[in-house]
Design a protein around this ligand. Structure first.
Ligand SMILES: NC(=O)c1ccc[n+]([C@@H]2O[C@H](COP(=O)([O-])OP(=O)(O)OC[C@H]3O[C@@H](n4cnc5c(N)ncnc54)[C@H](O)[C@@H]3O)[C@@H](O)[C@H]2O)c1
Ligand SMILES: [Zn+2]
Length: 354
């Protein structure tokens, strides 16, 4: 088990990462006033572990899935905390994937103006990304993460043992974010390209630590995502989100990879990324996805990218694109040009698939 720290103006977060992290750290929470939030799938697999580790503590079980990340469920969690007689000295334990982490984190931030939060991420995506960095939120009014706050967990326990029960779709989802880190960090890229089986759980265990270490430094530099280092974590996300809103079939991380594939094309056509480097990333994307599905209606999906949070006006699309080993840059294109290039890339994918 390795340890990482994130020091920000608001908090110190300690991250315990690696095999054995759960056995070593979680029992230390026993005896404290705990309130556990989990979801129905995780509870079905790990309710005995929760009981044996924490004892008879209140456990709120969210129905699994993104649709539970809403204000109604947030209110239910807060009500359950009140009903259980939880006080300001309680610790909320978010035991699950990113959905659990985001909503339990927000509940912890709000309850009695803030109680201690411990994240125990059980999906690969939550381990490499969402449990670290303090972003909490629920979806509202049809807008993802529309209501939320920054609230750092006091402790994050990242144990690869939970990955053994994850469906392959969720492993691919986490790999989407891991390949994104590869575009941001040359050492992570080298490990990915040198690995013959990036789905291997012991490989994922090692690279998880590297990704968290990268994110920890980014969060320290720009905790509140104020236009600095944290924006780089959005590589692949502008186009990925646009497709995600439109198609929905795949997981978030898979859309990030599809988004990155398209944005590499845009970066190349805009003269800011060398073909040889783009090929290295494209090869990794293909290793996770198999092949990149060409959107049925590229222009329609692409038009949605103009509403991305990063755009100051909806006549242009702004993205963070990979430009070289460990390097990214902001690329802004007029909507019409963006749509045309997305269409070109989709046509090229279709042609290649023939
Ligand atoms: N806060 C942040 O910085 C941040 C960053 C990225 C994503 N997110 C959010 O994270 C959410 C996505 O997270 P996710 O991909 O973990 O989704 P998720 O929480 O819905 O989990 C995916 C699925 O895996 C199941 N699951 C969880 N752990 C399991 C295990 N060990 N074994 C078997 N099944 C398990 C869940 O029940 C669910 O069905 C989104 O809401 C997204 O907005 C937040
Ligand atoms: Zn993401």
């Amino acid at each position: 088990m390795k340890t990482l720290k994130i020091d920000t103006p608001s908090c110190r977060s300690v991250i315990y990462c690696g095999r054995g992290a759960f056995e070593e750290r979680a029992p230390l929470l026993k005896g404290q006033q705990l309130f556990v939030v989990t979801d129905s799938n995780v509870n079905a697999l790990y309710s005995d572990l929760i009981l044996n580790t924490f004892g008879q503590v209140p456990v709120y079980v969210l129905p699994a899935g993104e649709r539970s990340k809403n204000l109604t469920k947030l209110k239910e969690i807060l009500t359950a905390m009140l009903t259980a007689g939880v006080t300001r000295s309680c610790t909320v334990v978010a035991f699950g994937g990113g959905v659990v982490g985001d909503i339990a984190g927000l509940a912890a931030a709000l309850y009695m103006r803030g109680v201690r939060l411990v994240q125990i991420p059980t999906t690969l995506l939550a381990q490499v990304d969402s449990s670290v960095g303090g972003k909490t939120a629920v979806d509202f009014g049809g807008v993802k993460n529309a209501v939320g706050t920054f609230y750092q967990p006091g402790e994050v326990i990242v144990d690869p043992r939970f990955l053994s029960t994850l469906p392959i779709r969720e492993i691919k989802c986490g790999l989407g974010e891991i390949v994104k880190y590869g575009a941001l960090n040359g050492a992570i890229l080298d490990r990915l390209t040198a690995c013959s089986d990036i789905f291997d759980l012991s490989f994922l265990e090692g690279i998880t630590y590297d990704c968290i270490a990268h994110k920890a430094r980014v969060v320290e530099a720009d905790e509140r995502d104020e236009g600095g280092a944290r924006a780089t974590l959005n590589v692949g996300h502008t186009t990925g989100h646009a497709f995600e809103l439109y198609y929905k079939r795949l997981s978030h991380g898979q859309f990030v990879l599809i988004g990155m594939y398209y944005e590499l094309y845009l970066a190349q056509r805009s003269g800011c990324c060398e073909g040889a480097y783009a090929d290295v990333l494209r090869d990794l994307i293909a290793r996770v996805l198999g092949r990149v599905p060409a959107p049925v209606d590229a222009a329609e999906a692409a038009a949605r990218a103009r509403y991305d949070k990063k755009n100051e006006q909806n006549t242009r699309v702004t993205m963070i694109v990979p430009v070289g080993r460990g390097q990214t840059q902001k690329l802004t294109l007029p909507v019409a040009r963006y749509c045309a290039l997305i269409g070109e890339c989709a046509a090229a994918i279709k042609e290649k698939a023939k």
